[in-house]
Design a protein around this ligand. Structure first.
Ligand code: MRU
Length: 379
C-alpha cells in the first residue's frame, strides 16, 4: 500500500527532502519516497508499506535513476523481510520492475543475499530482516561515498580537458541527489564545478517525454543556486554549433562489458553531436552500473514505455495517473501510435571518458572496463 504524506513548499534555499528514507512508525516499518512525479510543483512523500506499492512507484518513476533504483530495491527487500512477506518473491518482483538500470537487480540481490545468508546461519526472521536492512543501509552509504568521489574525479577531468576555466556543461535527464544516496553522478560533477567557481553555465535538456531535465534537474540546479538554462532537446544541435558547450556530461543506466552506455533516450544523439563538434562527451556512473554479463550495446534490454507518454503532455501532477491510464493533455490525434523507448545506447567510440568512483577511464575500451571492475572488486 502507498499513501501520500504532508506536502512542503518548493523553493531555492530550502533543504530538499531526502529522495528516500527508511522509517519505523508504530504501525510498522515503511519506505518513504520523495514522489518525483510531483516535482517541481510540490514535495510530497509517498509512503510504501509493501512491495507492490514500491514496484508501482518504480514503474511510474516516483523513484527513479539507476543508483537510487538499486538503493530502493535493497530497502524493498528489507521491507518485505521486516513485514513478514515472502522475501524471495519480493526480490523477483522488484528486480523485474524496470529492465534497463542494472543497479536495480544489483541492490535487490545484495539485500536478498544478506537475508539468505542470515537464514542459512539459522537466524530467526527478525535477525534475517535486520541483516537485509543493514545491507540496504550499507549500499546507501556506499553510493553516497561513490558520488563524492565521482564528483572529485569528474571535476579533475573537466579541468584537464578544458584548461580555460569556466565550464559550460550540457546535461540530459536527471542525475543529481534525486537519483543517489549522495549528490548524484553527472550532476554532482557540475555541482562541484559550481562550488569551485568553475561552472559558467549548466545547459539542461528538458528530456522529453517525461521531462526529467525540466522538472528535476532544473529544480536541483535552482535549489543549489547554479547558473542554468533550460532548452528543448531539439535545441542542443544549434547550441553546440554555436560553440556554447564545452562538455556534455550524462549518467548511465547500464554500461556493457565493451563500454557501450545505456542512458535516457536522447543521449546517443548528443554523443553524435558532441563528436561532430569536437566536444568531450563524458559519462559519470558508479562501478555498480557496469554489467560485465552484458556483452555489448545490442545485448542491453531497452525499456519500452507506453505511447501515451508521447501522445499526451504529462503535467507533473498527472504523471502517476497518466503512466497507467493516460490523463495528460493530448498533443496528437486520438489513436496515434508512438515509439517510446526510455533509453538509447551510445557506443564506446563516442564516449570520451567514463568517470567512476575508482577514477576516469579514457579511452573507453572493453579491457579498460574489465580492469576498472576488477579494481573495484578488489576494493
Ligand atoms: O527513466 P529514468 O528517469 O529512471 O532515467 C534515468 C536516467 O536515464 C539517468 O540518466 C540514469 O539513471 C543515470 S542517473 C545517475
Amino acid at each position: 500500500m502507498a499513501d501520500h504524506h504532508a506536502q512542503t513548499p518548493v523553493g531555492a534555499g530550502l533543504p530538499m527532502l531526502p529522495s528516500l528514507r527508511w522509517d519505523e512508525p508504530p504501525e510498522g516499518p515503511v519506505l518513504v519516497l520523495l514522489d518525483q512525479t510531483r516535482l517541481p510543483v510540490e514535495e510530497a512523500e509517498l509512503v510504501c508499506t509493501d512491495v507492490p506499492a514500491l514496484v508501482a512507484a518504480i514503474r511510474t518513476l516516483a523513484v527513479r535513476g539507476a543508483p537510487l533504483l538499486g538503493i530502493a530495491g535493497a530497502y524493498g527487500v528489507a521491507l518485505a523481510a521486516a513485514r513478514g512477506f515472502d522475501v524471495e518473491d519480493a526480490a523477483e518482483q522488484l528486480a523485474r520492475a524496470r529492465p534497463t538500470a542494472v543497479n536495480l537487480g544489483y541492490g535487490v540481490r545484495r539485500a536478498r543475499d544478506a537475508h539468505r545468508a542470515a537464514c542459512a546461519r539459522g537466524s530467526g526472521p527478525a535477525v534475517a530482516a535486520a541483516a537485509a536492512l543493514d545491507e540496504a543501509r550499507k549500499l546507501h552509504a556506499e553510493d553516497a561515498e561513490a558520488s563524492t568521489r565521482m564528483a572529485g574525479f569528474g571535476l579533475a577531468l573537466l579541468d584537464e580537458l578544458l584548461p580555460g576555466g569556466g565550464h559550460r556543461i550540457l546535461t540530459h535527464c536527471n542525475t543529481g541527489a534525486l537519483v543517489s544516496g549522495g549528490e548524484g553522478t553527472a550532476f554532482a560533477v557540475a555541482l562541484s564545478a559550481h562550488r569551485a567557481g568553475r561552472l559558467r553555465r549548466l545547459w539542461v535538456d528538458e528530456t522529453r517525454p517525461l521531462l526529467q531535465g525540466a522538472r528535476l534537474t532544473a529544480y536541483e540546479a535552482a535549489r543549489n543556486g547554479m547558473a542554468y538554462t533550460l532548452l528543448t532537446d531539439n535545441a542542443a544541435g544549434s547550441l553546440l554549433a554555436a560553440g556554447e558547450v564545452d562538455a556534455v556530461l550524462i549518467g548511465a543506466d547500464r554500461i556493457a562489458a565493451d563500454g557501450s552506455v545505456a542512458n535516457k533516450v536522447g543521449s546517443y544523439p548528443l554523443a553524435v553531436l558532441a563528436k561532430y563538434h569536437h566536444v568531450p562527451f563524458v559519462v559519470v556512473a558508479p562501478t555498480t552500473t557496469i554489467d560485465l554479463a552484458t556483452r555489448d550495446g545490442a545485448s542491453i534490454e531497452v525499456e519500452q514505455r507506453p505511447g501515451h507518454e508521447v501522445t499526451e503532455l504529462m503535467a507533473p501532477q498527472v504523471v502517476v495517473a497518466g503512466v497507467e491510464a493516460g490523463g495528460g493533455m493530448p498533443v496528437a490525434p486520438l489513436g496515434t501510435q508512438a515509439y517510446n523507448p526510455a533509453f538509447d545506447i551510445t557506443p564506446p567510440e563516442l564516449v570520451t571518458a567514463i568517470v567512476t568512483e575508482r577514477g576516469a577511464l579514457s579511452p573507453v575500451t572493453g579491457d579498460g572496463i574489465a580492469e576498472l571492475t576488477v579494481r573495484s572488486r578488489r576494493g
